[in-house]
Every structure is written in C-alpha cells, then in structure tokens.
Design a protein. Structure first.
Length: 260
C-alpha cells in the first residue's frame, strides 16, 4: 500500500506508523488522516501485526491541524468533512483490537495532543511538549479532546488546559496522568519497542478484547459492562492461547502464546 504523508513498516510483529511531514511539524492534513486510517485497517487485517506504534518524523509528533490549509480557507462543508475525517481516525484507533503505543518524540499540539490521548499507552521523550492549542487560533477543541481530556485529568483540569492552551512538558503530563512514561530522547525507541515486544507476546485475542472492554466501559453502565465481559470471556475460553495459559500455569512454566 502506497503512502505519501506517513511511513508504514512491520517488523517483528510490530507495525510502526510514522507521521512524515517534518517540514510542517507533521501537521495533520486530511490526506494524512486518511492514510493513517488506511494504515490502521492494514494493521487490523495483518495477522503478523500484534502491536501498533505511532510516532512522528523530525522534531515533532504532530503540531496539530493543517494551518496552511486553514489559511487558504475552507467552506463549512469542507471544514466539517476535514474534522470528521480526523474523528474517523480517532475512532479507527479506538476500534482497533490491537494495542497502540504513542511514541511522542516532540511537540504534540492541538489535534496532535488528542491523537496521543487516543492511543492505549503513551511514552514520551523528555523534550516532548503538549498543548490544547485551539482557542489561540479561534477554534474549539476537536479530535476527541472533549471526550478524552476530562476522562483523563478531570473536568476542572481539562477546562484549564483547553481554555488557556498552556503548553506543558512531559514531566507535568506524566504527573497529570496524561502519559505513562518519560524517557531520555535517545532511549525513546528502545523503551517503546521493548514494551511493544512484550505486548506482542501476550495472547492477542484476549488483549484486543481487553482493550475493547475498557474502552466501552467508559460509557457503559455496570450491567452493560458485565454483559460485554461475559461475551468476551466466552470467546477467550475457546482459544488455543487460553488452553496454553492453563497448561503453563499448572506446569509452572512461562506460557507460549500463538495468537490463536
């Protein structure tokens, strides 16, 4: 599959999607959004892909929306389609029943910040910066920020970040619970792929269903969440990985899962 604004690689069961518009700090164009969606769909259908890593080329993860395209001007219809396409990207990330790790190598601003929040696990370089930079250009929050931000840091802190557009560094993001880990920039790749390799060894169907259950649990009542759990668990109990896990437990050895 050919891409022009991202790079797609699959090595050792880990797909890496690299946002590749470094001259614009990987600003999220409609083309890039569509290509990321296509890449996620490719990863979904590839049985050799167990984990997805999303990162950026150059000194940014993603600087947010495509300011140059906005400056040219968009009709109401075109603007709505652009934001909906970014929304489809966020939904694709959430719906993928494989873990997504965001490797935040630099600036993650506006929509770029919220793409990070749509990932399942987030590791940031010490130099990374985060900001809800929408109001500063006369825009409201998008890319799922209105959903993820208050659920992650609470209503009051979410409003502070959105209203002020204050830029925070990786350590503050970690302390707020926005990301999982901060590492030195030269160790970012090692840390991310070490985690990816570990996840790739997990029982992939159970892992994917766990992601689905947690995501759906955010908006489900308890009765619905319990029903989803029962359905997912009944599927897991039919898998070879479940049988292998039981055997390994009884034999007091490490399990060797095959994703089946």
């Amino acid at each position: 599959m050919n891409f022009t604004e991202i790079i797609y690689n699959c090595i050792n069961e880990v797909v890496t999607i690299t946002l590749n518009r470094p001259e614009s700090l990987n600003a999220l164009s409609i083309t890039m959004a569509k290509e990321i969606i296509r890449a996620i769909e490719q990863a979904r259908s590839d049985d050799n892909c167990k984990v997805v890593v999303i990162t950026g080329s150059g000194r940014a993860f993603c600087a947010g929306g495509d300011i140059k395209a906005m400056k040219i001007g968009m009709s109401v219809a075109k603007a709505r389609n652009y934001v909906l396409e970014i929304g489809r990207l966020i939904l694709a990330m959430q719906d993928l029943e494989k873990p997504i790790i965001a490797a935040v190598n630099g600036y993650a601003m506006g929509a770029g910040f919220n793409v990070v929040l749509a990932a399942d696990l987030i590791i940031a370089a010490k130099e990374a910066k985060f900001g809800q930079a929408f109001l500063q250009v006369g825009l409201a929050i998008d890319a799922g920020g209105s959903y993820f931000l208050p659920r992650t840091v609470g209503l009051v802190r979410a409003k502070e970040l959105a209203f002020t557009g204050r830029i925070i560094d990786a350590e503050e993001a970690l302390n707020m619970g926005l990301i999982n880990k901060v590492v030195e920039r030269e160790r970012l790749e090692q840390e991310v792929y070490s985690l990816a390799a570990k996840l790739a060894q997990d029982p992939s169907q159970a892992l994917g269903l766990t992601k689905m259950l947690i995501n759906r649990g955010l908006s489900a009542d308890l009765e619905t969440a319990l029903a989803y759990e029962a359905l997912a668990q009944s599927v897991c109990m039919q898998t070879e990985d479940h049988k292998e896990g039981l055997a390994a437990f009884l034999e007091k050895r490490a399990p060797k899962f095959k994703g089946k």
